[in-house]
Design a protein around this ligand. Structure first.
Ligand SMILES: Cc1ncc(COP(=O)(O)O)c(C=O)c1O
Length: 386
């Protein structure tokens, strides 16, 4: 492997949410953290060089995103990774994916309206919807004891009460992806009920072969009430640079979004984010492939250990994201007891209830780290539950 995903890089003392602020969430400092969506890996050297070049240049004045270099890099990426042709004119810059989701909820719905979410769900979706006085309508993923499935029948029943669907594909926290057929059916149902779709595809680059991510724009046809929000933050570990983008084939609503961005004083992009995105899409595909290989190895490490030494813990067969979604119901402990044992044994791992997964009990463990950190966690987990 030409890239290094095994050397441990100490992130402590870098204002890292994952490492330096673990006490905020777990009530104790210095836990080994497997929490928020970022990686303990250094970024692709190609992106690092692009950033260093600009840092050396030394000027960080205002920048713009509406140029061919940014838009064509995105179009190229969708073409080569997802075999999807996109019109560069459908692209708009947004400061963050969550900002896009928030603004499009405001644009497509009114207070009191329903917004459908597949549960369990990414925790930030909950305040995003409920904080805007919209109704979160759960469309629970069906758990068959092994994996999760989209419930289209339940979705069809709930859409008459909704004005928008906030989709998450690949799905955080379960790591499933929606097939082109499922997505086409979601679009057909949305069209039938005149419901908008806001598709958060933050984890689109983290899908394990032979599975393939299908962006919603590949199936939206001529239905205009769909927006795709994504970025390089997850796949290339660039979250704190800021910046993201969206695709919409409705010029009117895209213009309303751009006007809102101006009103909020957020229309100037951070230059380092723009450069990083262009570099990622042109230069870092090989790094991403190597990363995916490492993530699969980490999953295998966890799976083998659970099978041999901790059979009460069951790894959900995810095909995307760097989250291990772990069924802990066979421990026959309450979630509070599980958390207490993990914390007592020095581990910070997210509980399933954070994502509205109440029963059976799950943990969401971020495994985007060198294998040595996974090994260490397994020793501590074995002490906690073995
Ligand atoms: C599904 C999903 N969407 C969005 C985000 C956050 O993206 P942003 O920081 O661009 O708002 C995350 C990060 O954890 C995520 O997992």
């Amino acid at each position: 492997m030409p890239y290094d995903f095994t050397t441990f890089i100490d992130r402590r003392g870098t204002y890292s949410t994952q490492w330096d602020f673990v006490q905020d969430r777990f009530g104790k400092a210095n836990l080994l953290p497997f929490t928020i969506s970022d990686m303990d890996f250094a970024i692709a050297p190609e992106i690092q060089q692009a950033l260093e070049k600009h840092v050396t240049h030394g000027i960080f004045g205002y920048s713009r995103w509406n140029h061919a270099d940014f838009k064509e890099a995105i179009a190229l990426w969708f073409s080569k990774r997802f075999t999807t042709t996109i019109d560069p004119n459908t692209i708009a810059y947004s400061p963050s994916i969550i900002y896009s989701c928030a603004q499009f909820i405001d644009l497509y719905t009114q207070e009191g309206d329903g917004v459908v979410v597949q549960t369990p769900c990414y925790d930030a979706f909950i305040p995003l919807i409920e904080g805007r006085n919209r109704h979160l309508i759960a469309n629970p993923l069906r758990f068959d004891g092994t994996t999760y499935h989209l419930d289209l029948i339940d979705l069809a029943e709930k859409l008459p009460r909704a004005k928008a669907i906030l989709l998450c594909n690949p799905h955080n926290p379960t790591g499933i992806i929606f097939s082109p057929e499922e997505l086409s059916q979601i679009v057909a149902l949305a069209r039938q009920h005149d419901v908008a779709i806001i598709s958060d595809e933050a984890h689109m680059d983290l899908v394990f072969s032979p599975h393939q991510h299908t962006p919603i724009c590949a199936v939206w046809g001529d239905y205009p009430k769909v927006v795709l929000a994504t970025s390089t933050a997850k796949g290339f570990n660039l979250a704190s640079l800021g910046g993201s983008y969206l695709l919409s084939n409705d010029p009117t609503i895209k213009e309303r979004f751009n006007q809102q961005l101006k009103r909020d004083g957020l229309s100037s992009p951070p230059i380092l984010a723009i450069l990083a995105t262009i570099s990622a899409y042109h230069q870092a595909e090989a790094w991403l492939e190597a990363l995916l290989t490492q993530l699969e190895r980490n999953r295998a490490l966890l799976n083998d250990f659970f099978t041999q030494h901790l059979p009460q813990l069951q790894l959900h067969p995810s095909v995307a994201t760097y989250f291990a979604w772990i069924d802990i119901s066979s421990l026959h402990l309450s979630s509070a007891e599980v958390q207490q044992r993990l914390i007592n044994h020095g581990l910070a791992i997210m509980k399933g209830e954070t994502y509205r997964q109440e029963s059976p009990l799950f943990l969401r463990m971020n495994i985007a780290c060198p294998p040595s950190k996974i090994h260490q966690s397994l020793i501590q987990m074995h002490q906690a539950f073995g």
